[in-house]
Design a protein around this ligand. Structure first.
Ligand code: 5RP
Length: 257
């Protein structure tokens, strides 16, 4: 189902052109409306999720939310949430999470996602896979016709051992879709290669896959990637999002699975 809230949010009472960051904030604040006192909340990573974590911290401070436990999806979010005084725990202690809120790099018409440009895909997938509700927050630039369609990276976390071998295997797997595999380097955020490898929170590397064409059957693609020894996890989040909140110039669209 899909509902559209036209008219601009209270954050932007007049029809001005909003920046991408303002749109991210609108989506994030809308998602935090789903948070209730007493919930265990998966806290996402990235510039959009950061707004949601800030907002949860603010509502806790104001006493409007109580007894929240946050499960952070990265070291960075862990630090942010700590600095805001949000009580934190982990999946070992809370294997059933009520709700997670996180951004995404791509959202397709079936609400499949690409995540991990920030490099936190493994912890995100573990935590968001353990949630009753997974609310994704994006600005409208993240909507794509098909996964890989933005021309930006689809990240795969791999072990550092013989990474070139694994990167080559990944590229070969998707030769039919014109795939190019590049090791992510520090500071490159998937845009450059060369230089020191980017290292994930789990001590692994990331290979970014770029597709010239639609890779087709996503489930088959996912299975093939995960069958490769050396691969830890990939950034396609298939059939995981329960709600996607899209903020655009004309308002907020809420898409439910
Ligand atoms: C991090 C992620 C992020 O959610 C994704 O990259 C979107 O980031 P941003 O909100 O900064 O655009 O998956 O691993």
């Amino acid at each position: 189902s899909e509902s559209v809230e036209t008219g601009l949010s209270p954050l932007s009472p007049s029809p001005v052109i909003l920046t991408q960051d303002e749109l991210k904030k609108i989506a994030a604040y809308k998602a935090v409306e789903y948070v209730e006192s007493g919930m265990v909340i998966g806290l996402g990573t990235g510039s959009t999720a950061k707004h949601a974590v800030d907002r949860i911290g603010e509502l806790l401070r104001q006493g409007k939310l109580k007894n929240i436990i946050g499960i952070p999806t990265s070291k960075k979010t862990h630090e942010q949430a700590l600095s805001l005084g949000i009580p934190l725990s982990d999946l070992d202690s809370y294997p059933n999470i009520d709700l997670a809120i996180d951004g995404a790099d791509e959202v397709d018409p079936h609400l499949n996602l690409v995540k991990g440009r920030g490099g936190s895909l493994l912890r995100e997938k573990m935590i968001e896979g353990a949630c009753k509700k997974f609310v994704v927050i994006v600005d409208e630039t993240k909507m794509v016709k098909y996964i890989g369609g933005s021309g930006l990276a689809m990240p795969v976390e791999i072990v550092p051992f013989c990474w070139k071998f694994t990167a080559k295997r990944l590229q070969e797997l998707f030769g039919y879709a014109g795939c190019v595999a590049k090791l992510r380097t520090k500071g490159s955020n998937g845009k450059e290669s060369g230089g020191e490898p980017f290292v994930t929170d789990n001590g692994n590397y990331i290979v970014d896959l770029y597709f010239k064409r639609d890779m087709g059957d996503l489930k088959a693609a996912s299975d093939a990637i995960l069958r490769l020894a050396g691969v830890v996890e990939h950034g396609m989040f298939l059939d995981m999002a329960t709600t996607v909140i899209v903020a655009g110039e004309l308002g907020v669209t809420i898409k439910n699975k």
